[in-house]
Ligand binder design. Sequence first.
Ligand code: SF4
Length: 350
Amino acid sequence: MPHNGVVSDFDPGRRKRPAVTNEATRLAVADEEISRMDDAALIEGIARLREERNAVILAHNYQIPAIQDLADFVGDSLALSQQAAATDADVIVFCGVEFMAETAAILCPEQTVLLPDPAAGCSLAEMATVEQVRRWKKDHPGAVTVAYINTHAAVKAEVDYVCTSSNARKVIDAIPEDKEILFLPDMFLGAYLKQTTGRKIHLWLGECHVHAGIRPENIKEQLAAHPDADLLLHPECGCISQCMLSLAQGDLPKERTFILGTGGMLKHARECEGKTELIGTEVGMLHRLKKENPNKRFLPVREDAICEYMKTITLPKVYRSLRDMVYPVTVPPEIAKKARLAIDRMLALA
Ligand code: SF4
C-alpha cells in the first residue's frame, strides 16, 4: 500500500513483487525498496515491526537524533545495560556499538539482540585483546582488574569488575585499599581515577579517538568566548589530565567546571542555574540535552567530536534490522558466564 507516495513495507499481499530466486536477490530487492522509503514511512514501518516482533529499541546518547527520538529508551552504557536486563521484550534492537549489544546479549540470553549495522564497532574496545590482558594480569599477580564497559565480551570475561564512566569511582572505592588495580582500556579515565582516588592504579595505554581529540586549547577557546558558561567534560576526554592540573592551579574556574559521564551531564543540566553549558563529549549528546532543557543553550567544545561508529546506525538500517532480524549478536556461553560476573558486580554497586 503506498504511503506518502512510497512503498512502506514488504507485505506480499499488497503489491506484485518480482519472483524471488534466492536470498541475495530477495535482500537486494528489499534494500532497493527501502531506499525509496522516506523517513516518515520508515518510522511508521519501524513502529509496526516493533509491535509485531515484541521488540524494544535501545539507543545510546550518541546516536543520531532520528534514532534517539524513536527509541523506547535513550541512555548511557550503564542505563542501557540496566534497561536490557529489565526488559521482557522478545527482541532488543541495540542502537549503539557492538560491545554494548554484546553486554545486552550477556544480560539477556533468552532474548534476541540485534545490532542494525555490524560495522558499528568502537576504537577504544579494539585496543585491548584477551591475550594482552592475560599477560598484563600475569605481570601483576594479586591486582584487581577493572575494565571500562567499552571492551569486548571476551575481555570482560578476564576481569574482576566492569565499570562505566558514571560508576567508575564507586567501583574503585569498593576494592580493598591494599589492592593494586589494573584499569583498562581508557588511559584518560584511568588517570582521572588515579588522581581523584589516590589509589595505586596501573593504566592501559588506550584511548577513544573521539574523546582524545578534545584538547585543552579547545577548552580555552570556548571558555574565552563564553566566560559565563559551565564547562562539562567527559572523563574520557584527551584534555582531562591537563584540565585537572589547570583546575588545581586555578587556571580553570573551579565552581563552573564539572567532570561528568553522560548520565551526570543530563542531571547537571536539569539541576544547574546557568543558562549556557559547554559540552566536552561526542556531539550526539547535545540533542538530548537540548530536548530536555529547551530554555538552556548547549554548545560543543568541539563540533567535530563525532563518533562515526555510532552514526552508522540509520533509520533504514533499524527498519531492516527489525524486518529481517539482522544482525543477531551472541556471546559464547562460557565467555558470557564469566563476563556476567564482572558486569553483575558493577550492577550491584549501581
Ligand atoms: S565515542 Fe569513542 S568510546 Fe564511544 S563508541 Fe565511539 S569510539 Fe567507542
